[in-house]
Design a binder for this molecule. Structure first.
Ligand SMILES: Nc1ncnc2c1ncn2[C@@H]1O[C@H](COP(=O)(O)OP(=O)(O)OP(=O)(O)O)[C@@H](O)[C@H]1O
Ligand SMILES: [Mg+2]
Length: 205
């Protein structure tokens, strides 16, 4: 029988709000983030994105809505190694009608935001871990997301670089009113949060 990971989770994130999701390893944080972003389907319940029911859409509808409204930063970065930094950042354009023409400009803009505007033509392989993490953030910002989802974005970074990442994320929700949902063990990020939700026995506490 399938294992039940989440039970009766209810959660709302408002524009500009930073909500941190904590809980021990295996508690279901990544699972919950995948459900919120429509990468995985919940067996029951509803996910509303900008008022639209994500869970009632088909695969391509979900992909479209996700590309338009959510930016996701995975813990493992998920950069494509054979593409340049700029091309990696432009990847979401494939799902976004009307973005193709100015995709290069937009990629440059978001790379500037994370302080890596000069690495457009570099291959990810030559970048440091912190730089790769920022490229992943730039890609998540490409489509001007209403919601930014971060999964352990500082876990692989040294203290100094982690602090920069935290400041960057906090700045984004303050200056651009982006809602942020972040699974994290990082005390510095949790301290800045409007709310901390702890996942335990499949429930939020
Ligand atoms: N595709 C899957 N099939 C079966 N079990 C899974 C699957 N994905 C996750 N699980 C299980 O669900 C539980 C929750 O996993 P999840 O990755 O959400 O935890 P987490 O809180 O993100 O942990 P961590 O802090 O280590 O990242 C774990 O017991 C995991 O083994
Ligand atoms: Mg996880």
């Amino acid at each position: 029988m399938a294992r039940q990971v989440l039970r009766g989770v209810d959660l709302e994130v408002a524009p500009g709000e930073l909500v941190c999701l904590t809980g021990r390893s295996g508690a279901g944080k990544t699972t919950l983030l995948h459900i919120v972003s429509g990468l995985e389907r919940a067996d029951e319940g509803e996910v509303l994105l900008d008022g639209q029911a994500l869970n009632r859409m088909g695969e391509s509808g979900r992909a479209q809505l996700r590309a338009r409204t959510i930016g996701i930063v995975f813990q493992a970065f998920n950069l494509l190694e054979h593409l340049t930094v700029g091309e990696n950042v432009m990847l979401p354009a494939a799902f976004l009608r009307g973005w193709v023409e100015n995709a290069r400009d937009r990629a440059g803009e978001v790379l500037d935001k994370v302080g890596l505007g000069d690495r457009f033509e570099a291959l990810p392989g030559v970048l440091s871990g912190g730089e790769r993490q920022r490229i992943a953030l730039a890609r998540a910002l490409f489509a001007v997301p209403a919601l930014l989802i971060c999964d352990e974005v500082t876990a692989n970074l040294d203290l100094e670089t982690a602090r920069e990442m935290v400041a960057l994320i906090d700045g984004l929700r303050r200056d651009e009113n982006i809602a942020v949902l972040a699974a994290t063990h990082d005390e510095a990020l949790v301290r800045l949060a409007d709310r901390q939700l702890r996942l335990e026995d499949g429930k939020l506490r």
